[in-house]
Design a protein around this ligand. Structure first.
Ligand SMILES: Cc1cc2nc3c(=O)[nH]c(=O)nc-3n(C[C@H](O)[C@H](O)[C@H](O)COP(=O)(O)OP(=O)(O)OC[C@H]3O[C@@H](n4cnc5c(N)ncnc54)[C@H](O)[C@@H]3O)c2cc1C
Length: 366
C-alpha cells in the first residue's frame, strides 16, 4: 500500500511539474509582436517574437549572409545590434573578436527576437533577393560531384560578382523533415544572368548535398537567395595564382570566365588538385580555354594516380605542385577554394614563396 501511495504521489508531482513547464513555456516564450529597427529607421519591421534574428529577417526578405543554415558554424551572419539582444552567448564567442564585440556585432543566427531590437546592416544586403528557379540540367561530373544549371523565371535576371555564392534551399525528403539551406558558389560567368550554375559535392550524411545528389531531378523547382560573399577579383597584381580542389572549381571557374570575357590584362595559372583521375572533371573546357587564351595556364595534378590512370601530368599534393611552379611570389595574388585543410596548407606554401597574406583571397567550404 505504501509503495502504491509513493508511486501515485511521484506520478502526481511529475504531472504537475510537466504542466507548470508547459504553461511557463507558453507564457514566457510568447514574446508577442516585436519591432526590428534597421539603420536608424531606414526600415522598421514588425515580427512575431520567438524566432532567431536571422530567420525573422529572412521571413521579411532581408537576407543576412549565412552559409551553414543557422548552425553557428560559419560565423558569417554578423550584424551590429545596438539594443535588445541580451548578453553575448557562448556559441557566438568564437566568431567575434574584441573589436567586433565592442562595435556591437552579434551572430544573427544566435540572437533570439524577444523584444524590440535596433540593428545596423550594410545597404548592399537589401539587394540580396530570393529566386524561384527551375533545374534546367544536371551533369554527373564525377562519382560524387554534380553540376546544376538553375534557370531563373522568364524576365528575371541575377546580378553578381564572379566568386560569390548563393544559398540553396533543400526540400524535406526521406527522414529529413525540414528545409535546410547551404552555401554554394556560382560557377558560371556573371554575363550569363538568366541562370546560374553550381558544382556540388556529396558530403556523406550531409543534409543538403544528399538532397541534391539523391532527390533532385531536371525540371524540379528550387529556391535560392543571393548573391552573397566577399570572395571576388581584386586584380591589383597582374599575375594570379588560382588553386582549387574538387567542387572548389566553382568560384574559380566563374572568375576565369569573367576575366577572359572582359579581356582583362591579367595572367592566370590555375592549379586543379584531385586524388585520382576519376576525381578530375571539366577538363575539356579548361584545356580548351588554355588553347584559346595565352593568359590562361591550366595545371591539373593528382596526389595518388592509379596505374590505370596513365597519368602523365603533375603528381603530388597540390601544395607541392604549387611550390614547384610558383617561383617568386612577388607581384602575384592568389585565389584559393576548397576544404579548410587544403587552403591552410596552400597559404603556408604561398607565403613561404613571397605572396603576402593580404594578397591571398579564399573561400573555405566548411
Ligand atoms: C562560402 C561557401 C561556399 C561553398 N560553396 C560550395 C560549392 O560550391 N560546392 C560544394 O560542394 N560545397 C560548397 N560549400 C559547402 C556547402 O555549403 C555545405 O557545407 C556542404 O555541401 C555540406 O552541406 P550538407 O548539408 O550536405 O552537410 P551537413 O548536413 O551540413 O553536414 C553533415 C556532416 O558533414 C560535415 N561536413 C560539412 N561540410 C563538409 C565538407 N565540405 N566536407 C566534409 N564534411 C563536411 C559536417 O561537419 C557534418 O558532420 C560552400 C561553403 C561555403 C561556406
Amino acid at each position: 500500500m505504501a509503495i502504491l501511495t509513493t508511486i501515485l504521489s511521484v506520478s502526481a508531482i511529475s504531472g504537475v511539474l510537466a504542466l507548470v513547464i508547459i504553461l511557463a513555456e507558453h507564457f514566457l516564450n510568447n514574446y508577442g509582436e516585436c519591432e526590428i529597427n534597421i539603420n536608424n529607421g531606414q526600415k522598421v519591421l514588425k515580427v512575431e517574437g520567438g524566432s532567431t534574428l536571422l530567420n525573422s529577417l529572412a521571413a521579411q526578405k532581408i537576407f543576412i549572409p549565412s552559409a551553414c543554415g543557422g548552425k553557428a558554424t560559419c560565423g558569417l551572419c554578423k550584424v551590429i545590434v545596438k539594443s535588445g539582444a541580451g548578453p553575448l552567448l557562448p556559441t557566438e564567442e568564437p566568431y567575434l573578436n574584441a573589436q567586433q564585440r565592442q562595435q556591437g556585432y552579434r551572430m544573427a543566427c544566435q540572437v533570439k527576437v524577444k523584444g524590440n531590437l535596433e540593428i545596423e546592416v550594410p545597404d548592399e544586403l537589401f539587394n540580396i533577393r530570393e529566386f524561384s528557379t527551375t533545374i534546367e540540367s544536371i551533369t554527373q561530373w564525377t562519382h560524387d560531384i554534380k553540376g546544376l544549371r538553375l534557370k531563373l523565371p522568364p524576365g528575371e535576371t541575377i546580378t553578381f560578382k564572379a566568386g560569390q555564392y548563393v544559398n540553396f534551399y533543400s526540400k524535406p525528403y526521406a527522414k529529413v523533415k525540414e528545409s535546410v539551406f547551404r552555401a554554394y558558389s556560382i560557377s558560371s560567368a556573371p554575363s550569363d544572368n538568366q541562370a546560374i550554375e553550381l558544382i556540388i559535392r556529396l558530403v556523406p550524411e550531409g543534409l543538403c548535398s544528399t538532397y541534391v545528389h539523391t532527390m533532385l531531378k531536371e525540371g524540379d523547382p528550387v529556391t535560392i537567395s543571393g548573391p552573397y560573399g566577399e570572395f571576388r577579383l581584386h586584380g591589383e597584381n597582374r599575375n594570379l595564382i588560382m588553386i582549387a580542389g574538387g567542387s572548389g572549381l566553382a568560384p574559380i571557374r566563374s572568375l576565369v570566365l569573367d576575366i577572359l570575357e572582359k579581356e582583362l590584362d591579367l595572367d592566370m595559372t590555375f592549379f586543379f588538385g584531385a586524388v585520382t583521375k576519376r576525381d578530375l572533371f571539366d577538363l575539356d573546357e579548361l584545356y580548351d580555354l588554355q588553347a584559346r587564351y595565352p593568359n590562361f595556364h591550366f595545371v591539373p595534378a593528382l596526389s595518388k594516380p592509379l596505374p590505370e590512370d596513365n597519368w602523365e601530368g603533375e603528381v603530388g599534393l597540390i601544395t607541392d605542385v604549387v611550390g614547384r611552379h610558383i617561383g617568386s611570389g612577388e607581384g602575384k595574388e592568389a585565389y584559393l577554394c576548397g576544404s579548410p585543410g587544403m587552403i591552410n596548407a596552400c597559404i603556408q606554401v604561398l607565403t613561404k614563396n613571397g605572396v603576402t597574406e593580404d594578397r591571398i583571397y579564399y573561400d573555405k567550404f566548411a
